[in-house]
Design a protein around this ligand. Structure first.
Ligand SMILES: NC(=O)c1ccc[n+]([C@@H]2O[C@H](COP(=O)([O-])OP(=O)(O)OC[C@H]3O[C@@H](n4cnc5c(N)ncnc54)[C@H](OP(=O)(O)O)[C@@H]3O)[C@@H](O)[C@H]2O)c1
Length: 276
C-alpha cells in the first residue's frame, strides 16, 4: 500500500530511539525526507546512520533539547529551510516519572508540564506556518494510553497527556480547512530501550528482564507488549495521504488493554448466578 509519503518532509522529535526512531524509519522507508532531533549526539548519529540505510530521501539530524523553546523553534525553521518545506511533524520525547497523584510536589507537576505539554505546543506552533504554506500537513503527538484511560500510578503522565489531547483537538478544529490533520498516538507498553531498561531494573540482580517484559503485557487482549514497528505502522498511516479524513482523534495502540477491564477476585471467582 502506498501511503503517499514519497517526497514529503517529516520532522520527528525524540527520533533517536524507541518509538520515535521506529516512526522515523517507517517514514524514511515510505520515501519521506526525515529530520530527527534529540539531545544525545552519539545516539543521534547512530540513528542517522540507520535511517540512511533505508531512506530514499534526505536524512537530517539535529542535536536539540525540545524543552528549550528557542532551540525547538529554531530546529523547526532550519528543517523547513534546509529541506525546502515541512509536511509531517511527530512530537515525541521524554515522559514524566511514575507515581500516584499525591506523591508529587507542585514543582514536579510544573516540570512534567515543561517536559511533555510545552514542547508539544512549541513544536506545533512553530510548524504551523510551514504546514499552512504547503496546504497539507500532519501533526502527530506521541502520548501514552494515559491520554485515554486513567492509570492511577501514572498521575503525571495522565495530567500532561490529557492536556496534549485537548491542545491537539482544539488545533484540529482550527487547521482542518488548511488541509492539516492533528492526531494523538496513545501507546501502551512497547519494547523500546526505555522499557528494556525498566524491565532490567524491575528484575534486579539475577532476575529475568524477559519475564518482566512478559508480565507488562499479560493484562491486555493480545497478552504481550508491542514492538516499536507496530507503533510505527500506525504513525506512518496517520502521517500519510490515506488518513486524510482522520483528525482530532486519540489512537490507542494498546493491544486491547482498554477493553479487557480489571479482573478483581470477586468477579473472577463468580459464577453466572452469583449476582442474580
Ligand atoms: N515505550 C513505551 O512502552 C511507552 C508507552 C507509553 C508512552 N511512552 C512514551 O513515549 C515516549 C517515547 O518513549 P520510548 O519508549 O520510545 O523512549 P526512548 O527509547 O527513551 O526514546 C525517547 C526519545 O526521546 C528523546 N528525548 C527525550 N527527551 C528529549 C528532549 N528533551 N529533547 C529532545 N529529545 C528528547 C530521546 O533522546 P535523548 O535522550 O538523546 O534526547 C529518545 O530519542 C515517552 O514520552 C514515553 O513516556 C512510551
Amino acid at each position: 500500500m502506498d501511503l503517499g509519503l514519497n517526497g514529503r518532509v517529516a520532522l520527528v522529535a525524540g527520533g533517536s530511539s524507541g518509538l520515535g526512531l521506529a516512526a522515523a524509519m517507517e517514514l524514511a522507508r515510505e520515501g519521506a525526507h526525515v529530520a530527527i532531533g534529540a539531545r544525545d549526539p552519539g545516539r543521534l548519529a547512530e540513528a542517522g546512520r540507520r535511517l540512511k540505510e533505508v531512506a530514499r530521501g534526505h536524512v537530517h539530524t539535529t542535536v536539540v533539547d525540545i524543552t528549550d523553546e528557542a532551540a525547538a523553534r529554531r530546529w523547526v525553521g532550519d528543517v523547513a529551510a534546509d529541506l525546502g518545506a515541512l509536511h509531517v511533524v511527530l512530537v515525541n520525547g521524554g515522559g514524566p516519572p511514575i507515581g500516584t497523584a499525591s506523591r508529587f510536589e507542585p514543582s514536579e507537576y510544573r516540570q512534567a508540564v515543561d517536559r511533555v505539554l510545552l514542547p508539544a505546543v512549541t513544536l506545533a506552533l512553530a510548524a504551523l506556518p510551514h504546514l499552512r504554506a504547503a496546504r497539507w500537513g500532519r501533526l502527530l503527538f506521541v502520548t501514552s494510553e494515559t491520554a485515554s484511560v486513567p492509570v492511577a500510578q501514572l498521575a503525571l503522565s495522565g495530567v500532561t497527556r490529557a492536556a496534549v489531547v485537548r491542545f491537539a483537538q482544539s488545533l484540529a478544529t482550527e487547521v482542518g480547512r488548511d488541509g492539516i490533520t492533528v492526531n494523538v498516538l496513545a501507546p501502551a507498553a512497547t519494547r523500546t530501550p526505555m522499557v528494556e531498561r525498566a524491565a532490567a531494573k524491575l528484575a534486579g540482580d539475577g532476575g529475568d528482564p524477559e519475564a518482566e517484559l512478559r508480565a507488562m503485557g499479560r493484562h491486555n487482549a493480545l497478552g504481550r507488549i508491542a514492538t516499536p514497528e507496530e507503533f510505527a505502522a500506525v504513525a506512518a498511516f496517520l502521517a500519510g495521504e490515506r488518513a486524510s479524513f482522520v483528525t482530532g482523534v486519540i489512537h490507542l495502540i494498546d493491544g486491547g488493554a482498554s477493553v479487557t477491564g480489571a479482573e478483581p477476585d470477586h468477579l473472577t471467582s463468580a459464577t453466572k448466578d452469583t449476582y442474580t
